[in-house]
Structure formats: structure tokens, C-alpha cells
Design a protein around this ligand. Structure first.
Ligand code: PLP
Length: 446
């Protein structure tokens, strides 16, 4: 706890002046952690809590990595921040390092402060380059909480900021647990999903559509993997109609799925790629938009459509360079694929023992359990009968009490530990989850 606060009063002081995102302020009851290392958080009494949410699925390299801390310290002693019109070695080195791992020729990097800002800027770029204004996006998506990012998001969080921005039309993804197309054959469903996107393009008017944005592996909307054929089909449709494809890899990037970027699994190169989170593992806020040369060329003789006071922040970029070095040096991308396969297998084992688990999905160390009241009928659990709609909150609270952070939302429990998680931590965390799932089983009807 803060040195000048007693155990009794820090909560009251905190509630008096801080405002938290998303939740009603009266409902929050945050736990105070004083430090973090590797995949664990520690409180003032030295209690160790495993973080299988990796912060907000952002701390991919684990907490307090000495290589990144040392690089940040060196950068702080030199200069933490300069006006963005000046060059810093940190920014140029990070741009080089990012361009080296982003797919294809996504070689030009504009740095922002986070994911939503990356999305805002990518869509502005798409509108400026095409001279069109509409944006297509997936219902199964979250792209951030600023005006445009929220407007193109599909999930219910966007309703909190409506009326949104005009000119957004949405499509469904294939491969959902409850098919949006009433189709049981996965291949037939992909065909239907692509046909529906093409119909949407034609109805909206192809020459009005600047960009199509999607998460190539969907994060907080249920960890769906729309798959290679769908992503390639979307690439083809975008090319056919002159629409720019934006891959939002804010959450799915930086090894989370077992590849540098989720689009790599499909061999698809988007026109713009947005990212944040794992680029610095959250040590300092930073986001980025990667552009292909043809888009960059558009701005050679015209002003770029945006700018930020802390664009290309030197300390953030130095943290980013060191974070990328850790991914390379520790082989974390391959490790995510390998550990992720073990994790998925283990979660399937949990599914065999817990009737509350409807299905298990994942790719790399990016996995999700979906709860159900009835596995055969695929009925939701949260909000069904006597089960409270706030079930996910209770699950997260029980896990936390037992020493494990999980991110849970609706019927989804996400398991996404740092890519560096030791095997023993992985097993200890899953043992806690197992116990909490036994409690969830008792809520099932009948
Ligand atoms: N895009 C995706 C896919 C995300 O998952 C998120 C955040 O979780 C964002 C954008 C927004 O990023 P930020 O919270 O850094 O603005």
C-alpha cells in the first residue's frame, strides 16, 4: 500500500479521486498490487497472484524484465521525450525493428499512444488515400474506446458512446460457436460469410467504402479464428473493390497467437496494420500503424492526416526496441505456439471434467473457455435462470482470491498468460481455475 496510507484508508482515498474505465464506479473494489515480476503480481503482504490476463493481454514478455528496464533507464538518462518533429535513435530503431517483423511490405510506421489511436489514424489514412468514407467492420470485434474506434467496434461497448460515426456497416464472421449463418459445415459457412460481405459491399456501394477492418483473431469477443480461407477471401474482395484492408492486431500481435502477427497464419498482407499492447508489453504506452509503400507515397507531397504531442515518444520507443529484442532472444513467438498447444490440450481436459464448459478455443497462448448451461443446445450460462448475468465478475473474483487473475466477460474466460510463463506457473494457475470451475458446475440447471 502507499507508504502514507493505512490499510483502512487507502481504498477511501482512492475512491475519492480516481475514475476507472468501463465499470460503474460504485461497483469497483480494486486490489492493490505493489510490484510484479515475470507472470506474477505481488501485494503489500507479499501474496503472489498469477496473471493469466497478462495485464490486458498486453504484458507478453512478463513483468519487470531486466533487459527492458535497463534500456528504459538508459533512455531516461538521455532524453525521455522530444517534440515529434525531431528524430530520436529510439524511434528510428523501433520503426526498423517493427518493419522487420510486420508482414510483407508493411514497412512504414506511425507511432501512437495505444490501440484506439492506432485504429483512428489507420482509418483516417484509409479515408485520405481512397477519398471514400465508409468503413466495414465485423460484429464480432472491439477496436477501442475513442469515437471512430468505438463506432467501428461490433460489441455492445460501442452502445455506450452512441450515436456513433455515420458510414459504418457490419458483417458476421464465420466459425462462431453459434453460427451466424445457421450452418454446421465450416467450409460452407466460410463461403456464406464471404458472399454476405460481397453483398454488403455491393449494397453500400463499392466506391463509397474506404476500408474494411477486422481482428484476424478476434480477442475479447470470444477468441474466434475466422481462418485462412476467410481472410484470403476478404483480401480478394478488398482488392476487387479497391477497399483497403486494416488488420487490427492490437491484441493478436506480438506472438500472442504463436506467430508474430495473426495474419501470418493465413499468409495475408493487409494494407494497414494497427497494433499496441505487446509492442512494449505495456511497460510504456505505445501503439503503431504500419502502412504499405503505396499508402506512404500518398503522403510524400501532402501532409499526413494526423499528429500527436507524444507521437514516437522516446522512452516508449526505447522500451519497444528492448521488448522486441526479448521476443527474439528468448524465442517467445515459437514458445507461444508450443506452450499454447499444451495449454489448449489441458483446457480440453478440463472440458471433459466440467460440464459448465461448452467449448474451448485458442491459438498460441491466446485461449478461451466458453461456458454454457447446456453443451448440446449451446445455451448461454450467464443470465440463464438463477445464474446472474454478472457471473464472469464472480468467477474473476473467486480466481483472484485463490491467487489467479483471469479476464472474464459474459460466458468467456480468457486464459492468456505472458508468453514467458514458466510451466510450473501454468500448472498452478490451471489448478486454481479447475477449483473455481467446480463451483461453476454447481450452478448448472438440473
Ligand atoms: N483493438 C483491439 C483488437 C483491442 O483488443 C483493443 C483493446 O483491448 C483496442 C483496439 C484498443 O486498444 P487501447 O485500449 O490501447 O486503446
Amino acid at each position: 500500500r502507499p507508504a502514507d496510507a493505512t490499510a483502512a484508508d487507502w481504498r477511501a482515498r482512492e475512491a475519492a479521486h480516481t475514475v476507472y474505465g468501463w465499470q460503474p464506479q460504485a461497483l469497483r473494489s480494486p486490489r492493490l498490487f505493489t510490484h510484479a515480476e515475470g507472470s506474477a503480481l505481488y501485494d503489500q503482504d507479499g501474496n503472489r497472484v498469477l496473471d493469466f490476463g497478462s495485464g490486458q493481454i498486453s504484458v507478453n514478455i512478463g513483468y519487470s524484465h531486466p533487459h527492458v528496464l535497463a534500456a528504459m533507464e538508459r533512455q531516461m538518462r538521455a532524453v525521455t521525450y522530444l517534440a515529434p518533429s525531431f528524430a530520436t535513435e529510439a524511434r528510428l530503431r523501433l520503426a526498423e525493428a517493427v518493419a522487420a517483423v510486420t508482414p510483407g511490405d508493411l514497412n512504414h510506421i506511425f507511432f501512437t499512444n495505444g490501440g484506439a489511436e492506432a485504429v483512428e489514424n489507420a482509418l483516417k489514412i484509409a479515408r485520405a488515400v481512397t477519398g471514400r468514407w465508409k468503413i466495414l467492420s465485423a460484429w464480432q470485434s472491439y477496436h477501442g474506446a475513442t469515437a471512430m474506434a468505438s463506432a467501428v467496434s461490433g460489441d455492445g461497448r460501442r452502445l455506450l458512446s452512441e450515436p456513433g460515426v455515420p458510414g459504418v456497416a457490419r458483417f458476421n464472421l464465420p466459425g462462431l460457436w453459434r453460427s451466424a449463418f445457421n450452418e454446421t459445415d465450416p467450409e460452407a459457412e466460410v463461403t456464406l460469410a464471404l458472399e454476405a460481405v460481397e453483398t454488403l459491399i455491393q449494397r453500400e456501394g463499392p466506391t463509397t467504402i474506404a476500408a474494411l477492418i477486422l481482428e484476424p483473431v478476434v480477442g475479447t469477443n470470444g477468441l474466434y479464428t475466422p481462418g485462412t480461407r476467410f481472410l484470403r477471401g476478404i483480401r480478394t474482395l478488398c482488392d476487387r473493390y479497391g477497399i483497403l484492408l486494416v488488420a487490427d492486431e492490437t491484441m493478436s500481435g506480438w506472438g500472442r497467437t504463436g506467430a508474430w502477427f495473426a495474419v501470418d497464419h493465413a499468409g495475408v498482407v493487409p494494407d494497414l496494420l494497427t497494433t499496441a499492447k505487446g509492442i512494449t508489453s505495456g511497460y510504456v504506452p505505445l501503439g503503431a500503424v504500419a502502412l504499405r509503400p503505396a499508402l506512404y507515397e500518398h503522403f510524400r507531397d501532402r501532409p499526413f492526416v494526423g499528429g500527436l504531442t507524444t507521437e514516437g515518444h522516446a522512452l516508449a520507443c526505447a522500451a519497444g526496441v528492448a521488448t522486441l529484442e526479448v521476443y527474439h532472444q528468448e524465442g517467445l513467438i515459437a514458445r507461444s505456439a508450443e506452450r499454447g498447444a499444451w495449454l489448449l490440450d489441458h483446457l480440453r481436459g478440463l472440458q471433459d471434467r466440467h460440464p459448465c464448459i461448452g467449448t474451448v478455443r485458442g491459438i498460441g497462448l491466446f485461449t478461451c473457455l466458453e461456458l454454457t448451461a447446456d453443451r448440446n443446445r449451446r445455451t448461454p450460462l450467464a443470465g440463464t435462470g438463477p445464474v446472474p448475468a454478472t457471473l464472469s465478475r464472480e468467477i474473476a473474483a473467486r480466481c483472484l482470491k485463490a491467487g489467479l487473475v483471469v479476464l472474464a466477460r459474459q460466458d468467456f474466460i480468457f486464459i492468456a498468460p505472458p508468453l514467458s510463463v514458466p510451466q510450473t506457473d501454468l500448472e498452478d494457475g490451471l489448478a486454481i481455475l479447475d477449483t473455481v470451475l467446480q463451483w461453476v458446475d454447481t450452478l448448472l440447471p438440473g
